[in-house]
Ligand binder design. Structure first.
Ligand code: C2E
Ligand code: CA
Ligand code: CA
Length: 262
């Protein structure tokens, strides 16, 4: 209990002291071109160093701190898209942002996000929200309503960690999604586990018949990329291309991708 309380106090301080950072991990299309990036949160603690989100997101959710933190994440994502618009190399990149359940179910979520988008004057089609099945299943009707309103603004949706939850076709057909994201647990063993290969094939076929894009996360080897490509997956993310990195490094890597293609 003491450790939790200490951590909660630290999280609160971190927000005030601006200790959070966004890291960016590139997403690559079948031709090896950067299509966009996923923004991943990091906590740069003055004494403990870099802390990954798995160590504090759950507590931020439980304590409600995820709401101001989530607002900061959206603010920083839209500010980044505004910056990217100024450069030919980055102008068309789609930025994906993870949204947590408590954040998404705030009654003013849509108004708040639309205010941020307008203030930064960004193209809403370049912002993609990554939602999980458990987030949607909490209250499916309300979630769909919120998604529909955001979709009207032009915002894109990707269903994260796909295949790990219930993946009910009944709700899948009702969701205004653009993309399914194959969970990295299936990608990890795809080369030698025939069940995982079958699951991946099914997810890709399902995405195609629903008219959705499909991206594989956690792609670490060329063999995995090739197997996924053979099955019809055209978007990839993982250490094979890059780890999540700070913005300066991300932009340097982009230049690298551009020169290796030309
Ligand atoms: P996620 O959304 O499933 O993010 C993918 C995780 O896989 C990231 O971990 C990423 O660093 C890691 N990853 C990417 N490529 C590879 C790979 O090739 N191999 C392996 N082994 N791992 C790879 P990370 O950054 O530690 O984030 C963990 C989770 O924390 C995320 O899982 C997401 O659920 C949550 N999270 C991260 N950033 C945010 C945020 O801004 N808001 C919210 N609400 N949650 C976030
Ligand atoms: Ca994600
Ligand atoms: Ca994921």
């Amino acid at each position: 209990i003491n450790a939790r309380v200490a951590m909660e106090t630290e999280l609160q301080k971190a927000l005030v002291n601006c200790e959070f950072r966004m890291y960016y991990q590139v997403q690559i299309d079948s031709q090896g071109r950067p299509k966009g990036a996923e923004a991943l949160l990091r906590w740069q603690h003055p004494r403990f160093g870099l802390i990954t989100p798995t160590q504090f997101i759950a507590l931020a959710e439980e304590t409600g701190l995820i709401v101001p933190l989530g607002n900061w994440i959206l603010e920083s994502a839209c500010a980044q898209l505004e910056q990217w618009e100024r450069d030919d190399l980055t102008r068309n990149l789609v930025l994906s942002v993870n949204v947590s359940a408590k954040q998404f179910s705030q009654p003013d979520f849509v108004d708040h996000l639309s205010e941020i988008i307008n203030r930064h004057r960004i193209e809403p089609g370049l912002l993609e929200l990554e939602l999980t099945e458990s987030l949607l299943l909490d209250n499916i009707d309300e979630a769909i309503q919120t998604m529909d309103r955001l979709r009207e603004l032009g915002i894109r949706f990707s269903l994260d960690d796909f295949g790990t939850g219930y993946s009910s076709l009944q709700y899948l057909k009702r969701l205004p999604l653009n993309e399914l994201k194959i969970d990295r647990s299936f990608v990890r063993d795809i080369a030698w586990n025939s069940s995982d290969r079958a699951i991946v094939s099914t997810i890709i076929a399902m995405a195609q018949s629903f008219g959705l894009e499909v991206i594989a996360e956690g792609v670490e080897t060329e063999e995995q990329r090739q197997l996924l490509l053979d099955k019809g997956c055209t978007l990839f993310q993982g250490y094979l291309f890059s780890k999540p990195v700070p913005i300066e490094q991300f932009e340097l890597k982009l230049e690298g991708f551009a020169t290796s293609l030309s």
